[in-house]
Design a protein around this ligand. Structure first.
Ligand code: HXC
Length: 521
């Protein structure tokens, strides 16, 4: 072979690798409203930044006539590129090749980029679109999945891991995304389930559609498996870029910091909060509006916004620095903590702690949600997870009590006692063992019984509740004890938080030496 013939051979192989499963299958993919593996990478990465690895790898299985249709790349495009100039490792499954199913070689390609990402400390992003284990490869495929799962665990807390579901993701295949930090899904085209509708019908006689069982809205609203849901692949991949820009590349990296003259001024007043906080302690308000008034340009990338809406968690910036925000949401279930909210916030707090992202917590919580459903469901162990996560976190922790901080929930929500660094309260804060309604039933039982007899129970209850509020439900007892560091005006919130964060920039804290703690799973 001459040199030019060798070059032609290389070009021929490259073209073959780029072809994937061929034009017919690609047309089918487009007709289903889906993009190809490579088109997705182009959308996700900075233009021209993608460097492909292993394009000539092919499948090993020679049974079932597969030898004759050797397809280069084996159903997954892998490599690295940049997002906003930062290095990212990726894999993108190609549904046009054996339905994107996972073979031994396909898995080995994914493992190689995961190993590289871990070695250099860069995030790993997986674009999933696959029929699951390559049936013809049997146990080799199962072994391939387990190799990926093992690496997911090794990468956990070291580099951010993001899964984007852009088609089917079924069976055991769901467990890799489940271990990763964030799952993105697209409405009407992505779905995840351990067992599909047909198996369910056979085993339990239950009729359920693919969409209802494991579609994006199911996992965004009901199961909480999905963190971000978007109407199209394009919107979804744009959101992945946005998330990456907010996160550090690894656990030793500095928290991302935007600088420049266009930043939202650090010393501006928070003008909306005072109007937002209702006079009545039982009136709801939207904690997201309060957060928007505090953080840079009002921007918050909310995580799991459709799930456990009684707590709001998300990434935002304060004077250019990424922070994680957690806030009880009085507009939903009065901001009570329940099982779902505890799990949602605990995982978020642990992510932030793993990646040196400071935590800002807004507290307005009347307590844990009462009832048999919660007790039978294990609110004791699930609520303990949130407590554990806050107590374990060593990143800078700031908290602002806007209104209610009652009972055990006061302790859990980043209280000073579990080593929050700076805790503040508005003059409207009510810090007490329980709310006035419950407390007066216990403290003033005789007075209420007397009032019942004389027919003025309503007036008496109001009087006693007010008495209780004045005496117990205010921020000053906590302030006297040093449990909060200051009573601040709502308009000063941004200034106070930025100042506190600055002071904490040198915070270094280590827990006791141990293999790992035993979080109540
Ligand atoms: C080999 C597969 C495949 C698989 C699909 N294909 N899944 N090849 N192994 N698992 C091939 C098809 O033969 C077809 O090839 C092409 O991919 C496209 O598939 P279609 O069925 O035509 O596409 P569609 O109608 O869109 O249906 C997609 C699908 C369906 C819902 C994913 O293909 C399907 O149900 N596949 C099997 C899913 C499954 O049971 N997987 C195993 C799960 S268990 P041609 O040549 O015709 O284009 C599992 C265990 C993991 O994954 C365990 C980890 C611990």
């Amino acid at each position: 072979m001459t040199y030019s013939q060798k070059l032609q051979e290389l070009e021929k192989r490259k073209r073959k690798a780029e072809e994937g499963g061929g034009p017919e299958r690609l047309a089918k993919q487009h007709a289903a409203g889906k993009r190809s593996a490579r088109e997705r990478l182009e959308l996700l990465l900075d233009p021209g930044s993608f460097i492909e690895l292993d394009p000539f790898v092919t499948h090993r299985c020679t049974d079932f006539g597969m030898e004759s249709q050797k397809i280069l790349g084996d159903g997954v495009v892998t490599g690295y590129g940049t997002i906003a100039g930062r290095t990212i490792f990726l894999f993108s499954q190609d549904f046009t090749v054996f339905g994107g199913s996972l073979s031994g070689a396909h898995a080995a390609k994914i493992c190689k980029v995961m190993d590289m990402a871990l070695k250099v400390g860069a995030p790993i992003i997986g674009l999933n679109d696959s029929g699951g284990a390559r049936i013809q490869e049997g146990v080799e495929s199962l072994g391939g999945y387990a190799e990926i799962f093992w690496r997911n665990v090794q990468c956990s807390g070291v580099i951010p891991q993001i899964s984007v579901i852009l088609g089917p993701c079924a069976g055991g295949a769901v467990y890799s995304p489940a271990i990763t930090d964030y799952i993105f899904m697209v409405e009407d085209s992505s779905y995840m389930f351990v067992t599909g509708p047909d198996v369910i019908k056979t085993v339990t006689h239950e009729d359920v559609s693919k969409e209802a069982l494991g579609g994006a809205s199911t996992h965004a609203e009901k199961s909480g498996v999905c963190h971000f849901v978007h109407p199209s692949e394009q919107a979804c991949l744009e959101a992945v870029r946005k998330l990456v820009e907010l996160l550090p590349s690894n656990n030793l990296d500095q928290t991302p910091l935007l600088t420049g003259s266009t930043l939202d001024p650090a010393d501006r007043d928070c003008k909306a909060i005072a109007q937002l906080l209702p006079d009545s302690p039982n009136k709801p308000y939207d904690i997201r509006l309060l957060m928007a008034d505090v953080f840079d340009d009002g921007n918050i990338m909310e995580v799991q916004s459709h799930y456990a809406q009684n707590i709001v968690v998300g990434f935002t910036r304060l004077a250019g620095q990424t922070v994680g925000v957690v806030g009880n949401q009085p507009a939903h279930l009065a901001g009570c903590l329940d099982i779902a909210a505890s799990l949602k916030a605990a995982r978020f707090v642990r992510f932030c702690d793993s990646f040196n992202i400071p935590l800002v917590t807004f507290v307005d919580v009347p307590g844990f949600l009462p009832g048999t459903a919660q007790e039978y469901g294990g609110i004791i162990k699930h609520g303990a997870k949130l407590l554990y996560a806050y107590a374990e976190a060593t990143v800078p922790k700031l908290a602002v009590i806007t209104r209610k901080a009652y009972g055990g929930a006061y302790d859990v929500m980043s209280s000073k006692h579990i080593r929050s660094d700076f805790n503040f309260a508005y003059p409207t804060a009510e810090i007490a063992v329980m709310g006035p309604e419950g407390a007066i039933n216990i403290l003033y039982r005789q007075e209420i019984q007397q009032a019942e007899k004389s027919g003025r129970v309503h007036e008496e209850r109001n009087r006693l509740a007010q008495l209780y509020r004045d005496k117990f439900a205010n921020p000053y007892k906590a302030a006297e004890l040093g449990y909060i560091d200051g009573v601040i005006l709502p308009e000063d919130t941004r200034r106070v938080l930025i100042q506190s964060l600055k002071v904490l920039s040198g915070k270094r804290e280590r827990g006791p030496s141990r293999k790992h703690g035993n979080i109540p799973l």
